[in-house]
Design a protein around this ligand. Structure first.
Ligand SMILES: [Zn+2]
Length: 260
């Protein structure tokens, strides 16, 4: 009888020990998760510690309730709205075009389009600029040191997607990749300032869309309010629209505000 009690005491002691250490162990794990979480990249591989990415999917204006169309006659001087996403473009960076993916009829225009789109942002803030680098054969968005500009597969029905990788601690933008949908029709019509909606019918204008996408590289978020419809950072894209090749008031204020 006495012997049995001794065993019971020893077993109880170890059970108690297991409960205490078990609780402590899981608590410690939770704490370290918050500090050192490892994120997965677009392809499922592990990103370096502290690096995260965000994907901005640019959708066509379809759905209910009907999405408010931008004006075809007025530039936007009435909305000063902008939303920072939490990073800022810093230092000199280069983008890399995968020319093999560019639609053939746009090949002779793509350099001009990208330069024009960056110049729109550079006017708002001299640091909001990424220069043309070497061409690349990279064809997928991933954290690989290439700031990719390419046509390729994008989520269901989207016009284009911009991915941006950044340090979650410091908010430093590390890399951005821009993928235009290879399922849609594209064209290029230079924007004159008064041909707001006079692009080629049934096609997306590459400069109109590119200028919006580069806003995500700069550090601005999509806007979905009706009052934001004429801003370049409006979250919906329209066929034959050209006016987003230049910035609205909120876009200009946003670029100036987030870049120190
Ligand atoms: Zn967007």
């Amino acid at each position: 009888m006495k012997k049995n009690f001794k065993y019971l005491f020893v077993i109880s002691f170890f059970v108690l020990l297991a409960v205490v250490f078990g609780a402590y162990g899981s608590d410690a794990e939770t704490k370290s998760d918050n500090q050192d979480v490892v994120m997965t990249d677009v392809d499922g591989s592990k990103l370096p510690r502290g690096v995260k990415y965000k994907a901005f999917v640019h959708y066509p204006a379809k759905g209910k309730p009907p999405i408010i169309r931008p004006s075809c006659t007025e530039t936007n001087t009435s909305s000063s709205h902008f939303e920072p996403v939490g990073w800022a473009l810093k230092g000199s960076k280069f983008y890399n075009i995968n020319r093999a993916t560019v639609p053939t009829h746009l090949l002779s225009y793509i350099d001009e389009v990208m330069e024009n789109s960056w110049q729109a942002w550079r006017k708002a803030d001299s640091m909001a600029y990424v220069a043309k680098g070497d061409d690349t054969s990279v064809s997928r968005a991933n954290y690989d040191g290439t700031n990719l500009v390419a046509w390729g597969r994008v989520p269901n029905g989207a016009i284009a997607v911009t991915y941006t990788w950044y340090y979650s601690g410091t908010g430093e933008q590390l890399e951005s990749d821009l993928i235009f949908s290879n399922k849609l029709k594209w064209s290029y019509t230079p924007y004159t300032g008064d041909n707001d909606c006079a692009g080629i019918s049934g096609t997306y204008d590459v400069q109109d869309i590119a200028t919006h996408e580069l806003g995500h590289w700069v550090g601005l978020d999509d806007l979905y309010g009706d009052a934001d419809k004429d801003l370049t950072m409006y979250g919906y894209g329209f066929t034959a629209e050209l006016k987003k090749a230049t910035l609205g008031d909120g876009d200009v204020l946003g670029a100036a505000a987030i870049i120190p």
